[in-house]
Design a protein around this ligand. Structure first.
Ligand SMILES: *Cc1c(COP(=O)(O)O)cnc(C)c1O
Length: 407
């Protein structure tokens, strides 16, 4: 073994010793409630395909039409010669759906966060994150070079304190332009399923003249009368400078988006490096996402969302009857806290043996010692699937292995 291989093998051993080793599992079927994982068929409670759209004929047909009309590849970056009609149609659809002036599509939510935050801020500025935000926002915050502060998860008092510090810091600075402060939060948190205190965040950012960016990755398609997201549910969409989301979760396709003012989109086309220096998404992805957005806005989309909430209620009632203590909010993401990393991995393995697939979520996705099973519910699940899930989880030993369960 050469030195390079030796070094990496040692690093991997250290990851294994901490119970943090990860590996890919080959899925031999589409995203379905009963998924072909390696050589077993498992009941899948791990997908973010909340509305069951990833394998919907509507999206598949739209993707096929997109390919037939515009080809398999997009040829270049949007600014070079890859700004195909399906991307423009998708952005128009996103803007109408979200009730925003304009939208811009990225190849993923990750690159949307990276490109947007780095376009808005540099070392002159301050960025303030909720402790629970997704890795793409943390990475963007580091990359942009702004002074980074983190507030206690969902604690507006903690944010207020940092904003007062930022005001003092920014007034003391001189330079080519006024230093800015950007607050970034998720609306529904990906690993907790809980809601950001958006009303308090909007009040605080207005009081301090800061900007607010809200990641609706786990809320788009699910919340609000028109299923625009949690900002709509709270009636606050018009007061948020930057809204982002993904097309790959409830919307069943792939890609990311930013929406807000036309000026913001014009600025990002000029300054978001992950948009400028990357090949445009394939026409199939844009066409599928646009079809999903049409679906979500329809009466059928509303029925599908209601179906999801019915399943979520069923799962929660079953688990509460089995002695689990669950968060009170209505969310498709239900965390079952395990604490120790190894315990979480063992619980996931025990569930797999009973034919149920729920992943163990560990550091660095969540903090060390806060490992959990992340259970996600889809509108595509049947009542019998929920019964099987509850039975399998009830067989997990209560006590220290399952702290979220009453002994
Ligand atoms: C998944 C996710 C993203 C990234 O979106 P992709 O389209 O998968 O790159 C961003 N933010 C949150 C909160 C997410 O859960």
């Amino acid at each position: 073994m050469n030195e390079f291989e030796q070094e990496l093998t040692q690093r991997l051993d250290a990851i294994r010793e901490q119970g943090l080793y990860r590996e890919l599992r080959r899925i031999n079927s589409p995203q379905l409630p009963h998924t072909q994982v390696e050589d077993a068929t498992l009941l899948n409670f791990s997908s973010n395909d909340y509305l069951g759209l990833a394998n919907d004929p509507l999206l598949k047909e739209a993707a096929i039409k997109g390919i037939q009309r515009y080809g398999a590849g997009s040829g270049a970056s949007r600014l070079l010669c890859g700004s195909l009609a399906p991307h423009h149609d998708l952005e128009q659809a996103i803007a109408v759906f979200k009730g925003a002036e304009a939208a811009l599509a990225f190849s993923s939510g990750y690159t949307a966060a990276l490109g947007t935050i780095c376009a808005l801020l540099d070392a002159h500025d301050v960025i303030i994150l909720d402790k629970g935000v997704h890795a793409c926002i943390v990475d963007a915050a580091r990359l942009c070079g702004a002074e980074l502060r983190v507030f206690v998860h969902n604690d507006p008092d903690s944010l207020a304190k940092i904003l007062r510090w930022a005001d003092r810091r920014n007034t003391g600075l001189s330079g080519k332009r006024r230093p800015r402060t950007l607050i970034v939060t998720e609306s529904v948190f990906s690993m907790e399923g809980d809601f950001a205190a958006l009303r308090e965040l909007v009040e605080l950012k207005e009081k301090h003249g800061a900007w607010l960016m809200v990641d609706e990755a786990h809320a788009t398609g699910l919340y609000g009368e028109r299923r625009r997201g949690l900002a709509e549910e709270f009636g606050l969409a018009g007061q948020i400078e930057v809204q982002m989301g993904t097309l790959g979760k409830a919307l069943g396709a792939a890609g990311g988006y930013i929406c807000g003012s036309r000026t913001l989109m014009d600025y990002l086309v000029n300054r978001a490096r992950s948009f400028i220096f990357s090949t445009a998404p394939v026409p199939a992805a844009a066409a599928a996402a646009a079809a999903a957005i049409q679906f979500v806005q329809s009466e059928e989309g509303q029925a599908r969302r209601n179906q999801l909430w019915a399943r979520v209620d069923q799962v929660k009632n079953g688990l509460i009857a089995a002695g689990f203590v669950l968060p009170p909010v209505r969310s498709a993401i239900i965390p079952l806290m395990m604490g120790d990393e190894t315990r979480a991995v063992e619980a996931a393995a025990a569930l797999r043996e009973q034919g149920v697939f729920i992943p163990a979520i560990r550091y660095p996705t969540v903090a060390r010692g806060q490992a959990r099973l992340r259970l996600t519910v889809s509108a595509a699940h049947a009542a019998a699937d929920v019964a099987q899930l509850v039975a399998a989880l009830s067989n997990l030993k209560p006590g220290p292995e399952v702290p979220s369960r009453r002994a």
